[in-house]
Design a protein. Sequence first.
Length: 145
Amino acid sequence: MQAYYIWLIVAIILVIVEILTAGFGVICFAIGAAFSALVSALGGSFTWQVVVFVVVSLLAFIFLRPVVIRFLDKKSKDVKTNADALVGRKGVVSECIDAGNHTGRVAIDGDDWKAVSEDGSVIEKGAYVEIVKLDSIIVTVKKCY
């Protein structure tokens, strides 16, 4: 079996391992193995194949991995989930929000939340409001005009 076949098999196995793991680390070695297969196919000695494997793997690990991780991580920080996703949403007052006795409720997507007014004003039942803050189980709202 030719050496470049072995390097290609190693590269394929490393790609499969990367698919099954997280961290984008193993793929750097797969890239190094693929380049070593190319050197082998072009007639390079085993010493050059190993040198290319080490150098390309290190370069991929130092330069490519941080860029890919930063790109993948950037998208995950922008996604709001659970209760954090309520801020900025619109709702309808289901029970009058009165600043005097701190009672009031807002319906948001079928869920009913205890609510207070942002500026302390009274907001009548049926009015549309926007959620500006979430504090535990109480939403702070402002009236939409």
